[in-house]
Each structure stands twice: as structure tokens, then as C-alpha cells.
Design a binder for this molecule. Structure first.
Ligand SMILES: N[C@@H](CC(=O)O)C(=O)NCC(=O)O
Length: 717
């Protein structure tokens, strides 16, 4: 850093106003972070639902685009860091990219207004392409904004502290993390509630504009708060195209090393020292510091690979559990809020009690050791998840394998039937009853015999890997196969369907279309709790109510005396039992992963700041965030493509991989020596002042740059 600039920064630092030992300016930064994280997590909480139920994408497309968006949010920090460190400085970068971010959120909110293209006023958009284009534009702007400012805000916060405030600096990173999680917790609770409201100009629909609009408003608030603190910040000036210089310097060192590969040249301590002929010692030293830390980051994505599965695999696991806590009911995706709640309690406990206690015991719990222990905690969380999975598996139905087929028989005929099934005892099925459970077949082509007069023999061709029900209507010869669901219904919902034994068509609430006599409806999904269905044939009607748990499936048989019994004669066949393992069993795994997160992530954030040279603080923060992006990409590739047949085995595999990676990381950490970048930089600057070669090197560099420029000009001519 040029001496004049360093003096300028020092002078500015002296002026910062303090409160309880902290610079007042950080108040604006943490409030800004709170609002920004509210905006980000709030939007994320309803994003998949928007894809699924507004844009009507299928599950796979919705989850892939969601993960790709999250990965992009953690890749763009590198762009933000380059802009900040080389061009605009952190302050301006945060302002400009926050504007991009807020615009993105507004575009996103606009894309969710169905009325803008709903010319026929049927409640659904007429021009999906416009909504998709707007939402993709919004998401790209959001990813650019949120990712771009992320490395700058943490580093900018760190810049507000002076040398004598190192204790407060560490506390700042913890408070910063608390704000992230307070924002995330509140928005994850609030935005789904906003979405559940109904709104619209021509027709009332789920209120996505409000669910996306509130995060957009919070982003504007975040920007205003940040600007409000403008007069109080310590702003370090950018130092020109530092990334360009870093790349050129590394390239030169590599080239020079290659040119001098013969043994006749004396070895140098570090390969970067081969840049000494041309580049400043300070720059070389700074690059060495950054490379050392980046090298250490190589194993870290594995932590995020496990951590980020709490939003996917663990939420899916929760859908196979019950969330009835007596006084309140927790939905599977709400289980994720346990993480920020635990962060809000664990960070102060760790900071105030656990870490000081460890220090008092004389143990050196250095940042890298903390991170290793954090990884091990995350691995244990996955072992806990595997144990929970084993408990769940015991209660799951016996679903068919890919080579098997399963069949159930439902008798809507007025008399009992004896059904002869290959390699089974004959089944006696009463009127309006079903066979006790699904029968599994290794073959697809089977022949069934029925004791009707005349006897019926039916050849069936079953679907491999499927569950089917053979419906025998009042006229047995017209029997037909209906495909059943073969996995737990999504999001902890319940799958229900009706078989119409009434003599006329029926309209039933929640069903897509009316049901003809003897027809079986498709499944409709209903949430947990008391649900009411109204059945009507256009003349008569009756109501049928039932309380549902989580993850069950039922076939309701409608008898011919439906209206005379006021719907009470409807018979239920339980195709899939409701979930019985309680979601509370997931708390230990959440506790372990969050403890791991506090040790790993909060420490990593501090470590990345403390070990970075002054002019590359944002770059290292970006490097740290990139580990998260790579982790997300690994989730996409490994977890989505390479599924193991047993979910618990996949959890154990991930836990083992993280243990292996943490061992490698601990070895790398053992050889890492902590540095004080400011001290090293000051030392080199001092040496350089007395170094006669320095001036010469600078002149050579300037001459080479001029020559390059001339060459470029000539080529243009
Ligand atoms: N614990 C997470 C927040 C969450 O998942 O709700 C966290 O702190 N992430 C770090 C971030 O910067 O968002």
C-alpha cells in the first residue's frame, strides 16, 4: 500500500466515534446485515413453492433451479470482492450492488403478480414466459447483489475496528452472525405466512407478491440504513487493479520458475519468490499469505455439503415424521428454523462460557482447531440423522423394489368375494372392504380368479416398481386397475382418493372433476388437521370430516346408501399409515450441526478476516464463501445423482467423508502458522525504504508497462 494512503487511513481511523469500546459505525452495519439477511432468507423460504405452484414447474426442475440459484449466490462474492478491492472500494461496492439487489427483489416481486398477464381473469397467468423471464432476471440480479456485497460487508465491518480493539473485533463477528440468524429466523417464519394470505386485483390468489414484496422492502431499508451511517465509516481506498497485479505476479513467478528449472540455479524458499525480479516484495508477501489460506480452504466445501442438506435431505426426512407437538403443529419445512434459533442461543453461550472456560483450563483452542472440531460435530449430526432414519425406516411401508409389483384388491361389489392369487392363500374380501395389505409379486403378469357366477378369471399386467389397486365395482366384470402412490406424500401431506359406489356422478370438494359411478378419483393432497369434504350429486349433499396426521394415504369407499346415512357410511381403507416417528427426534442432529456451524463458520469468518492482507480482505472473504458454493454444487452432484438405496447409509457415507476430510484439514492446520498481516506488511515496507533495488525494480516495471502499452497501440494501428 502506498505510504501516503496508509497515513490517510490511519488518520481517518483516529476519528471514529466509540460506544462501550465499539465503533458506533458498526451499529449501521449489523442492522444492514439483519435487513439484508431477512430479505435473502425470506425470499428463499417461498422460492421453491413459487416455482412449483405459480410457475407450475415439476419438483425436479424447481429444486435444481433453487440449488443453482443458491450456488450462484455464493459464486458472485468473488466478483464483488474484485470490484471492491480493485476499483470502487467496499463502501461504494456495497451501495451500488445493494441497489442492484433491491431492483432484483422488486423485479422478482413484480414477476409474482398473476394479474399482470391474467387477461381472461381465471386466476392463472396467461403468459408464463413473461413471468419466468422476469423472475430469472430478478434472481440473477439478487444473486449478483447478495453475493457481491457479502464479502464486502463482513470485511467492511472489520475495517471499522482499530488495532487496540481486537477483542471487540472478535465479538463483532459473533454479533454479525447473530444478526444473520435473527434475520433468517424472522423471515423464514413470516414470509410463508404472508404467502398463505389471499390477494389479487381480479381474482384472489396466494399472495406471492406480498411474500416477495416484504423482502424487497427490507432490502431497501437495509440500503437506507447503510447510507445513513455513511459519515461515520472508516473507508479504506481501493488500490487499483489488485487482482490483475496478483494474477500477473503469479503468472510471472510460474514462468520464471519454469525458465530457471535447471539445477544450476539456486533454489528459492517459496515458488512465489521467483517473482522477485520484477515484483514488489510486499505484493509477493501478500500473495503468499492469501495462497496459504486458500490452500487451507481446499477441504472446507465438504462441511457445507453436509450443512446445506438440512434444507433438502433433512426436510425430506421431516416429511416422513409427525410434527404434532400437542399445543402446536410444526410443518416439515419449519423444522429448519431450529438452526437459527439454536444459533441465537449457542453463539452467546460459546462466546461467554465455553471458549473462556477452555482458555481458563489452559487449552489452546486455536481457530483452526475450532474449525476441525466444528467439522466433527457436523459429522456426528449426520450419524444422528442416520439413527433417526433407521427408526423411520422401521415404520415405513414396504414399498416395492424396482423389479417388484404390489397389488391390493378393493371390493365395491355388494357381496363378499374369494380371490385366488398366484402363490398365495385365497383371499376372502368382504363387501366394501379391501385385501388386508399389498401383495408383492416378483412377476408382472398374473392371473386372478374370482368366485363370482359365472367365475371370472382376470389376466393382469402389473407395472414394475409400482403399487396398484384392483377395483372391483358393483359389476365385477368391469374391474379395473388404478395406480397408487409408492412413496410418502410430499411435504408431510396426506394423499386421499374416493371410489364412487353411488349410483350417479358426485362432486367432491378438492377433487379436480366430478366422479362418475364406479370411478376412482386421482389422489388429492390434504394437510394435517381436521379436513372437511362436501359430497353432492347436484340434488342431495352431505359432509364428511376426518382428522389427518402427517404422510398418510387413504382410499375412501363411497357406498350406495351415501345420502341416507348422511355420509357416515363412507368406509376408509388405509393405504399408508400416518407417520409415527416424532420430528422432535431431529433436534439432536440440529443441535450437533449448529454447534458445528458456530465452531466452523463463525470462526472461519473471523479467521478469513484476520489472516488477509489489508488490500485483500474482501478477496479472502470471497474465497471463504466460495467454499460454500462448491459445497452446494457437491450436494447437487453427489446427493441428487448418486443416491444410495438406503437413506441412512447415505448419511453415514457423508459423515465418514467429513471425518476423513477433517483429519486431512487438521494435518494441514498443524503446519499453518498464524500471522499478523499488518505486522508483516509494515516490516516489508520498512525494509523496502532502505532497499536500493526497490527503485530500480519499480523503474523496470514501469518501463515494461510502457513498452506493453506501445506494443498494443502499434498492433491497433
Ligand atoms: N445459520 C445460517 C442461517 C440459516 O440457515 O438460517 C447462517 O448463519 N448462514 C450464514 C449466512 O451468511 O447466511
Amino acid at each position: 500500500m502506498p505510504d501516503s494512503k496508509m497515513d490517510e487511513t490511519k488518520k481517518k481511523k483516529k476519528k471514529t466515534a466509540e460506544c462501550c469500546g465499539y465503533p458506533i459505525s458498526i451499529f449501521f452495519i449489523v442492522v444492514n446485515e439483519f435487513c439484508e439477511r431477512f430479505s435473502y432468507y425470506g425470499m428463499r423460504a417461498v422460492l421453491v413453492l413459487y416455482f412449483r405452484y405459480f410457475l407450475l414447474w415439476d419438483d425436479d426442475l424447481a429444486t435444481s433451479i433453487y440449488h443453482a440459484f443458491v450456488a450462484l449466490c455464493y459464486l458472485t462474492p468473488i466478483l464483488g470482492a474484485i470490484i471492491a478491492d480493485s476499483w470502487l472500494g467496499k463502501f461504494k461496492t456495497i451501495i451500488y450492488l445493494s441497489i442492484v439487489y433491491a431492483v432484483g427483489q422488486v423485479v422478482m416481486a413484480v414477476s409474482t403478480i398473476h394479474d399482470i398477464t391474467d387477461a381472461n381473469r381465471d386466476g392463472t397467468p396467461d403468459n408464463f414466459t413473461l413471468h419466468i423471464a422476469l423472475s430469472m432476471l430478478g434472481l440473477v440480479l439478487i444473486a449478483l447483489g447478495t453475493g457481491g456485497i457479502k464479502p464486502c460487508v463482513a470485511a467492511f465491518g472489520g475495517d471499522q475496528f482499530q488495532e487496540h480493539q481486537s477483542r471487540q473485533l472478535n465479538t463483532f463477528f459473533s454479533v454479525f452472525y447473530l444478526c444473520i440468524n435473527a434475520g433468517s429466523l424472522l423471515s423464514t417464519l413470516i414470509t410463508p405466512v404472508l404467502r398463505a394470505q389471499e390477494c389479487g386485483i381480479h381474482t384472489q390468489q396466494q399472495c406471492y407478491p406480498l411474500a416477495f414484496g416484504v423482502p424487497a422492502a427490507l432490502m431497501v431499508v437495509s440500503l437506507v440504513v447503510f447510507i445513513a451511517g455513511s459519515g461515520m465509516y472508516t473507508k479504506t481506498a481501493p488500490e487499483g487493479n489488485i487482482m490483475g497485479s496478483v494474477c500477473k505476479c503469479i503468472w510471472f513467478a510460474l514462468n520464471n520458475r519454469f525458465r530457471h528449472r535447471s539445477d544450476i540455479y539456486p533454489k528459492r524458499e517459496h515458488w512465489m519468490d521467483w517473482a522477485e525480479e520484477k515484483y514488489d516484495k510486499l505484493l509477493i508477501a501478500q500473495i503468499k499469505m492469501v495462497l496459504k489460506v486458500l490452500f487451507l480452504y481446499i477441504p472446507l466445501p465438504m462441511f457445507w455439503t453436509l450443512f446445506d442438506q438440512k434444507g433438502s435431505r433433512w426436510t425430506l426426512q421431516a416429511t416422513t415424521m409427525t410434527g404434532d407437538f400437542g399445543g402446536f403443529v410444526l410443518q416439515p419445512d419449519q423444522m429448519q428454523t431450529v438452526n437459527p434459533i439454536l444459533i441465537l442461543t449457542l453463539v452467546p453461550i460459546m462466546d461467554r462460557i465455553i471458549f473462556p472456560l477452555i482458555k481458563k483450563c489452559g487449552l489452546n483452542f486455536s481457530p483452526l482447531k475450532r474449525m476441525t472440531v466444528g467439522m466433527l460435530f457436523a459429522a456426528t449430526a449426520f450419524i444422528a440423522a442416520a439413527l433417526v432414519q433407521m427408526e423411520i425406516d422401521k415404520t415405513l411401508p414396504n414399498f416395492p423394489s424396482s423389479s417388484e409389483s404390489q397389488l391390493k384388491v378393493v371390493n365395491m361389489h355388494s357381496e363378499s368375494l374369494i380371490v385366488t392369487v398366484p402363490s398365495q392363500e385365497p383371499l376372502l374380501i368382504g363387501s366394501f372392504e379391501s385385501s388386508p395389505d399389498y401383495i408383492t409379486f416378483d412377476q408382472q403378469d398374473i392371473r386372478l380368479a374370482f368366485n363370482t357366477t359365472p367365475e371370472i378369471n382376470k389376466d393382469l399386467s402389473l407395472i414394475k416398481g409400482s403399487r396398484q389397486t384392483l377395483i372391483i365395482p358393483s359389476e365385477p366384470a368391469e374391474m379395473y386397475l388404478k395406480e397408487d402412490i409408492k412413496s410418502k406424500p410430499k411435504e408431510g401431506k396426506n394423499a386421499v382418493r374416493f371410489v364412487n359406489g353411488w349410483t350417479a356422478y358426485l362432486n367432491i370438494t378438492n377433487l379436480e372433476s366430478s366422479l362418475q359411478p364406479s370411478e376412482t378419483s386421482n389422489y388429492t393432497l390434504v394437510s394435517q388437521g381436521m379436513r372437511k369434504f362436501t359430497l353432492t350429486d347436484g340434488i342431495q349433499s352431505c359432509e364428511f370430516s376426518r382428522k389427518f396426521g402427517f404422510g398418510s394415504s387413504y382410499t375412501f369407499l363411497i357406498p350406495s346408501d351415501l345420502f341416507s346415512t348422511d355420509c357416515e357410511s363412507i368406509k376408509e381403507i388405509e393405504d399408508m399409515q400416518p407417520n409415527s416417528v416424532h420430528m422432535a427426534l431431529q433436534i439432536p442432529q440440529y443441535f450437533l450441526i449448529t454447534t458445528g456451524e458456530v465452531m466452523f463458520s463463525v470462526t472461519g469468518l473471523q479467521f478469513s478476516y484476520s489472516q488477509a492482507p489489508k488490500n485483500m480482505k474482501s478477496v479472502l472473504q470471497a474465497g471463504w464463501l466460495c467454499t460454500n458454493a462448491v459445497g452446494n454444487i457437491i450436494v447437487l452432484i453427489v446427493a441428487e445423482l448418486g443416491k444410495l438405496p438406503k437413506q441412512w447409509a447415505e448419511y453415514v457415507l457423508f459423515a465418514s467423508l467429513l471425518v476423513a476430510v477433517s483429519i486431512i484439514f487438521s494435518i494441514m492446520a498443524y503446519f499453518y502458522t498464524y500471522i499478523d498481516p499488518a505486522e508483516i506488511e509494515a516490516e516489508i515496507l520498512k525494509q523496502q525504504e532502505t532497499d536500493p533495488d526497490k527503485k530500480k525494480k519499480k523503474e523496470t516495471l514501469e518501463m515494461e508497462e510502457k513498452e506493453n502499452e506501445q506494443e498494443i497501440k502499434q498492433t491497433k494501428i
